[in-house]
Design a protein around this ligand. Structure first.
Ligand code: HSE
Length: 432
């Protein structure tokens, strides 16, 4: 170890950076007691030196020049909490090439470039830790990499986006529609002014790519993850879901099936009794199934200054311990394989299907016939209410392939009695 103190440089002093600085100062004694070594916040990179800050820092710590951190021979650990890819990727590469350990909270960076950055870190003999990149304060990455390492992970299902969980919770509780709840969420600060990455599912897909890579020891191409956001979930489906004993959640799902990986993000119906169904508002949770341990669920805050900083500082402490005991790179990325991602058409699921049909005898049997011809077996049917001359027809299928249900839907769409295919929502129930 080159210093008698562990010296840390933080890139960014926004929401997460401020939390990191707060924990490192408020809980300095606790951290140092655990480390048995002093730790010093040496430099913090900001864009604007004159901006008023909610955290106080000793003179000389703030700088607007990244080289004061990235080329500072005194600094052991660089913490990246700027977010996005530019200029962060360049900063992280420069830090790793300068043989500095890196802790990042950046999901987009790790989902898109994690493999190459982890390879670079291994080549340089330094650590690259990223606990805060998935589900904020929930220690899911460390759990998968360390606590669950005896297991073959079979399935991960996560509520990993707080914004969409908040919106779906409000839609369920208030019977309100998506646009109304989104506007209210933006006004109260629960949704970004530009919520696209959250509501269209990209944010959850980044997190799923990271989790699945670790869980299944494979590189995951983010572009191959099937993605559907929540903007098309109407209140009618939320109330049918309730009637049928389900809750709709935006789930990030990954499974390993016969050596292939299934990875998808979409609105999903889960039984009301499932532990994930009780995860409300902005909370996150990750449900894991391991062959030895069985079912587990990790629950907590997936965003916010202090919860995210809790994960960042835990990484700093872990890296610092590795420095002290000369044990850096002891845990590899574990994503060395290149398993194929299962094409969506081959993925199996149960489905909820809502149609608008003309209310006359024989319609249900015509729909059922097409489903049967396409190997889609029906588990239950609801038909009620009136909507002019058209009525809703709601079906839940047994476990079928996406390819078969989509083929059936093409034919159903051609039936004169079917006015509209209103919704198709995947159902994660007990697998038959
Ligand atoms: N926008 C994210 C969410 C925050 O809503 O969960 C952390 O990634």
């Amino acid at each position: 170890m080159k210093n008698s103190k562990i010296k840390v440089g933080v890139l960014g002093l926004g929401t997460v950076g401020s939390g990191v600085v707060k924990i490192l100062s408020e809980n300095k004694d606790g951290v140092e007691e655990k480390l048995e070594q002093p730790i010093e916040l040496a430099k913090v990179l900001v864009k604007n030196l004159d901006k008023q800050r909610e955290v106080e820092l000793p003179a000389g710590v703030l700088t607007a020049d990244p080289t004061e951190l990235l080329e500072n021979p005194e600094i052991d650990i660089i913490v990246e909490v700027i977010g996005g890819l530019e200029p962060t990727k360049d900063f992280v590469v420069r830090a790793l090439k300068a043989d500095k350990h890196v802790v990042t909270a950046n999901k987009e960076l790790m989902a898109k470039h994690g493999a190459e950055l982890l390879d670079l870190a291994t080549d340089r003999g330094v650590d690259l830790y990223f606990e805060a990149s998935v589900a904020g304060g929930i220690p899911i990455i460390r759990s998968l990499k360390e606590s669950l390492t005896a297991n073959r992970i079979e399935k991960i299902m996560g509520i990993v986006n707080g914004t969409t969980n908040y919106i779906l919770t409000k839609m369920t509780q208030e019977g309100a529609d998506f646009d109304e709840v989104l506007a209210e969420a933006q006004a109260s600060g629960y949704a970004e002014a530009d919520p696209t990455a959250d509501i269209d599912g990209y944010d959850a897909a980044y997190k799923l790519a990271i989790l699945a890579a670790i869980a299944f020891s494979s590189r995951i191409d983010i572009n191959e993850i099937y993605l559907e956001g929540i903007s098309q979930v109407p209140p009618e489906d939320i109330s049918y879901a309730q009637e049928l004993g389900y809750v709709i959640k935006l789930l990030a799902i990954a499974k390993e099936v016969n050596g292939e990986i299934e990875a998808r993000v979409h609105p999903t119906m889960i039984p009301k009794e499932h532990p994930l169904a009780a995860v409300s508002d902005v909370f996150n949770a990750v449900f894991v199934e391991g062959h030895a341990v069985g079912e587990l669920m990790y629950y907590g805050r997936g965003a916010g200054s202090m919860p995210t900083a809790s994960a960042v500082v835990a990484d700093i402490i872990d890296v610092a311990r590795n420095i002290i005991y000369d044990a850096n790179t002891r845990i590899h990325c574990g994503c060395q394989e290149a398993k194929a991602l299962m094409p969506m058409a081959e993925v199996e699921s149960k489905y909820y299907l809502r149609l608008k049909v003309i209310d006359k005898p024989g319609v249900l049997s015509a729909v059922a016939k097409i489903l049967a011809e396409n190997e889609v077996s029906i588990a239950s049917v609801i038909q009620q209410g009136e909507d002019g001359d058209a009525v809703p027809l709601v079906l839940i299928t047994h476990q079928v392939t996406e390819g078969d249900i989509q083929a059936a839907l093409k034919e159903i769409d051609n039936l004169a009695e079917v006015k509209e295919i209103s919704s198709l929502i995947r159902v994660e129930d007990q697998v038959e």
